[in-house]
Ligand binder design. Structure first.
Ligand code: ZN
Length: 150
């Protein structure tokens, strides 16, 4: 019997088999590096691990879909950090960021590392609800990763 769809491939990734690549400096500051671990087009999702030196940060963005993270090392200030109503988490920590969550400046006060699965794209903006500066879909993330692999 002919199948109407193609089966999805399973995948396992040994992290030490991948080299860290520079995360685009247009979307971050302070030398953040990343490893793209998977993309799942059927879900519009992508999964990555990020190496974030002390003082680094991600530019302002909305999560178009929800995301789950696991902070494996260090400390992360999300949605401004706890002083302004957001979260400050210290490793090991898990978090769920809801659809449309606005992250004005995700900041790492100490050397940190976290894994995150993104269901749907990241919309980079200059302000909450602002015009799109960059839309990082699963396929844009994959293209950026492949370009970094030379
Ligand atoms: Zn975010």
């Amino acid at each position: 019997m002919t199948k109407a769809t193609t089966a999805i491939e399973c995948r396992a990734v040994e992290l030490n088999d991948l080299a860290w690549a520079d995360f685009p400096s247009s979307l971050s500051k302070g030398g953040i590096k990343w490893k793209l671990l998977n993309v799942a087009p059927e879900l519009g999702s992508w999964a990555a691990i990020f190496d974030c030196p002390a003082g680094s940060s991600f530019a302002s963005h909305h999560h178009i879909g929800p995301g789950e993270y696991f902070l494996t090392k260090g400390r992360m200030e999300i949605r401004g950090g706890v002083e302004v109503g957001g979260e400050t988490v210290t490793a090991p920590a898990y978090g769920y960021e809801a659809t449309s969550a606005f992250h004005g400046k995700t900041y790492f006060p100490v050397d940190s590392e976290f894994y995150m699965t993104f269901l749907g794209p990241l919309q980079f903006v200059n302000e909450e609800g602002g015009a799109t500066v960059a839309l990082v879909t699963w396929d844009r993330a994959e293209a950026a990763w492949l370009a970094s692999q030379g």
